[in-house]
Design a binder for this molecule. Structure first.
Ligand code: ZN
Length: 61
């Protein structure tokens, strides 16, 4: 389990790996295998998801 802090709150998740996606709207972390479809949007707020990359890392609080 890990707790991921982001601007606006935190997520408690069972997995240990770093988030692959971040919502541009609510900043929640997500992973590709959270989704069945390739057309993905934030399940929390329907916001646009951004890929986390080394150049644009996850934005923590
Ligand atoms: Zn969102």
């Amino acid at each position: 389990m890990q707790i991921i802090l982001y601007d606006g709150g935190y997520s408690m998740v069972e997995r240990q790996d770093k988030p692959e996606l971040q919502c541009n709207n609510c900043n929640k972390p997500w992973w590709y295998d959270d989704f069945d479809s390739i057309f993905i949007q934030c399940p929390h707020c329907q916001g646009e998801l951004r890929r986390v990359t080394p150049e644009e890392p996850f934005r923590h609080r």
